[in-house]
Design a protein around this ligand. Structure first.
Ligand code: SF4
Ligand code: SF4
Length: 130
């Protein structure tokens, strides 16, 4: 994947509405993450990377697609940093650079299965559409 346009920490602040500079690296977010073992950047590391402006590295991370968008990290954060929103903003930046939708509402009916929670479908739409 080639990411040509540089995305800055200010861009992520604008998209997410979250100020990563408020993070005090307490790690509570990562302690609550149910997919901790699968993520190459854990929530507290993700916040630190945004604060340092290392967005390109995050755009190439597998954490973007391993995050379950469960918002447990955001709920635990004592500083209102909300790592889940930071992850979502970086993911959205990647999708915008690719310039197309990977999932449309039209494609949903054939994916419907009574065993799939509606929240998973909503989450997938958020991840894979512009
Ligand atoms: S819980 Fe909040 S303040 Fe603590 S490391 Fe995570 S993002 Fe930073
Ligand atoms: S939203 Fe993502 S990073 Fe946050 S706790 Fe859930 S899986 Fe982990």
């Amino acid at each position: 994947m080639s990411l040509t346009n540089k995305v800055t920490a200010e861009d992520i602040l604008r998209i997410s509405g979250v100020d990563a500079s408020r993070c005090m690296q307490c790690g509570k977010c990562s302690g609550a993450c149910p997919n901790y073992d699968e993520m190459d950047y854990h929530p507290h590391q993700f916040a630190a990377m945004v604060r340092k402006g290392k967005i390109t590295e995050l755009m190439e991370s597998k954490a973007l697609y391993q995050c379950l968008s469960c918002f447990a990290c955001s709920q635990r954060c004592p500083r209102g940093v909300e790592p889940a929103k930071l992850i979502e903003a970086v993911r959205l930046s990647v999708i915008r650079q690719k310039g197309k939708n990977y999932m449309t509402a039209d494609a949903l009916p054939e994916k419907l299965d009574e065993k799939i929670p509606q929240q998973a479908l909503v989450s997938a739409m958020r991840k894979y559409s512009k």
